[in-house]
Design a protein around this ligand. Structure first.
Ligand SMILES: Nc1ncnc2c1ncn2[C@@H]1O[C@H](COP(=O)(O)OP(=O)(O)OP(=O)(O)O)[C@@H](O)[C@H]1O
Ligand SMILES: [Mg+2]
Length: 595
């Protein structure tokens, strides 16, 4: 959130420049909408202006022709103004929604481009807040307010012209009073900015609570966290309440103060105006027209004040939107990146260092060579860095030092899409999309044939389960696959990886949620899958990794042993042997007790 704090000065021209690419495709319509606001605003003055000849002609009894044309003129102008207004509003909404959607598309593109580390540091609440609400605030603020601002400004200018036309002496009083009333507005932005920034931060926390309540509802129930969650929610709302009251405190005095200043102005005008009529400087018509224009002026002027604070808010939103849009994506295609078509020789980790947080290396000088077509198993203590190693291969993260090369080419010099196309991953915690089983498998390969899907299903030991379902492959699995069991979810993820048919396969605890029978079958399927592929298997259950061409034992970010199962078992005091003994010596005994 450091980028929020760094917003010190809201720069008007810079913000309009930043928005320009989004306005550009629609500039003509946008301009038309703004231009239409000019007559809409200016026509307000017609009514006030028309009162003077009307008053003078009718009240002074100087009518030598029927004054009927003046009321008709007023109706005519107002109708014309109304039509223009409709057209301008329509145009404005059209342009506004278009720009809003383009901005959201750009933001969404950025969001899906961002590397994994962005998501590590960002909450779901702030994603909703900053990628959706801020885009709305940015657009509504700018366009609607620009249109209203122009029409109010024109209306004010036209009404001021009517004032001056009627009496320059009274106009001076009125204008001085108006300036006094407007002065405090200039201060407004600085006063409320820090509160607005904090409101956004706190607001995103509220969204996060909603999300966590949704995703974590079982944990909340089982640990009786309802009160605690509610308390947290209430606390955030309290903070928001205080903040919005602070903003109100800072802004609400404006309107009454303006009212008072304006009433003083009107009083002064009436007093001095009566004197001017008596000594014959102005006519009664001048006076009525003047007062009408002055009262009518109050609306648009006050509106401009509102516009002004709304534009402030939208500029702050624009700052936040562009701080995201301009944030560089760290993991992307290099210029001249080459495509990866097939892995012929090997994958090589050279002195790879990696840290998630500065100063806390998770991988410390990993050297590893994996021949194409072989299987390598990663075992070792929990938190040792196994998942981290395989995360570096598809570039979810980039190494801090050293390199990972495929057939001698650094993965950072490869086209990202082609690199990822070549790697199928079954994660430790797999994400399934809402939709049907079939749709989820097709995520692995968009154009998979039915035969390929069937094969993936049977390879993942999922065919029996699917056959037993009323709707078969078209069964909806709910958000995140919530209507499936843990093992079924895992097998669906395996099927999705199978169907991708990629030359490199990463299986991170892929069979951990399966029963022994299922595991044995899936293991066979995985053995099939492994043929002619380069495979990284991570497993705590050593039975699944015994057949690997090479087993690597990783402890606290360092490779402590590597070799074949049989050879590693022979190492006196070896790490693998210790792991193995811990698993297999105790198991048979406890098994005996149970039977
Ligand atoms: N996104 C992250 N941000 C910060 N630290 C992380 C992140 N992911 C993992 N770590 C830390 O990095 C270390 C290695 O984690 P990793 O997931 O690679 O371990 P692992 O060997 O796969 O463990 P397990 O067998 O439990 O899955 C751990 O200490 C973990 O706390
Ligand atoms: Mg792991």
């Amino acid at each position: 959130m450091q980028d929020l704090d760094s917003i010190q000065n809201v720069d008007f021209t810079r913000n309009y420049k930043r928005m320009w690419p989004f306005v550009k495709p629609y500039w003509f319509r946008a301009l038309l909408a703004v231009l239409l606001s000019i007559p809409i605003g200016a026509l307000d003055a017609v009514v006030a202006w028309a009162l003077k000849p009307y008053m003078d002609v009718v009240l002074a009894g100087k009518a030598d022709h029927s004054p009927l044309f003046i009321p008709l003129l007023i109706i005519g102008f107002t109708t014309f103004q109304g039509m223009l207004n409709y057209f301008a509003t329509y145009l404005n909404a059209w342009v506004g929604v278009k720009i809003n959607h383009d901005l959201k598309k750009a933001l969404f593109n950025k969001l899906i481009d961002f590397e994994t580390s962005f998501y590590d540091k960002t909450t779901s609440g702030s994603v909703v807040q900053r990628f959706a609400s801020d885009a709305d605030a940015a657009c509504t603020g700018l366009l609607d307010n620009l249109k209203l601002f122009v029409s109010r400004l024109c209306s004010s200018l036209a009404l001021i012209a009517v004032l001056i036309y009627n009496s320059w002496q009274l106009s001076i009083i009125a204008i001085v009073v108006l300036i006094c009333a407007l002065l405090p507005l200039a201060q407004l932005k600085r006063r409320i900015k820090s509160f607005v920034i904090r409101s956004v931060l706190e607001g995103s926390k509220v969204y996060s609570v909603y999300n966590e309540t949704f995703a974590g509802n079982k944990t909340i129930s089982s640990y009786n966290l309802k009160k605690k969650m509610f308390g947290r929610f209430e606390d955030y709302l309290k903070v928001l309440f205080k903040l919005s009251m602070k903003v109100t405190q800072k802004t609400a005095w404006l309107t009454p103060v303006m009212h008072i200043v304006v009433s003083i102005g009107i009083a002064a005008v009436i007093g001095y105006g009566s004197y001017l009529i008596i000594n014959g400087t102005i006519t009664a018509g001048n006076f009525v027209s003047f007062i009408t224009a002055l009262i009518m002026l109050y609306g648009p002027i006050k509106g401009i004040g509102k516009n002004f604070s709304a534009v402030q808010l939208s500029f702050l939103a624009i700052e936040r939107v562009f701080s995201l849009l301009e944030q560089p994506v760290k993991i992307k295609n290099k210029r001249g990146a080459k495509p990866l078509d097939k892995i012929k020789k090997d994958i090589e980790f050279n002195d790879v260092w990696f840290e998630y947080n500065e100063g806390a290396p998770v991988l410390k000088g990993i050297n590893l060579k994996v021949k194409a077509g072989t299987t390598i198993a990663l075992v070792g203590n929990s938190g040792g860095g196994k998942t981290t190693i395989v995360n570096l291969l598809p570039r979810f993260y980039d190494v801090n030092k050293g390199s990972i090369k495929i057939d001698g080419v650094d993965v950072r010099d490869l086209k990202l899409e082609s690199l990822r196309e070549n790697i199928a991953v079954v994660f430790q915690d797999n994400f399934l999309f809402s939709g049907t089983i079939k749709e989820n498998i097709l995520m692995g390969k968009e154009d998979a044939t039915d035969a390929q899907i069937e094969k993936a299903l049977s390879m993942a030991y999922l065919d029996e389960f699917v056959a037993g379902l009323e709707n078969g492959l078209d069964t909806e699995i709910g958000e995140r696959g919530c209507s499936l069991s843990g093992g079924q979810k895992q097998r669906l993820a395996i099927a999705r990886a199978f169907v991708k048919d990629a030359p490199v396969v990463i299986l991170d605890e892929a069979t951990s949620a399966l029963d022994n029978k299922a595991e044995a079958i899936v293991q066979k399927a995985i053995d099939n899958l492994m043929k002619n592929r380069t495979v990284f298997v991570i497993a705590h259950r050593l039975s699944t990794v015994q057949n690997a061409d090479k087993i690597v034992v990783l402890n606290d970010g360092e490779i402590v042993e590597e070799g074949k199962h049989e050879n590693l078992l022979e190492v006196e005091n070896g790490a693998y042997r210790a792991l193995y003994n811990a698993q297999f010596k105790t198991r048979p005994e406890s098994g005996k007790k149970a039977s």
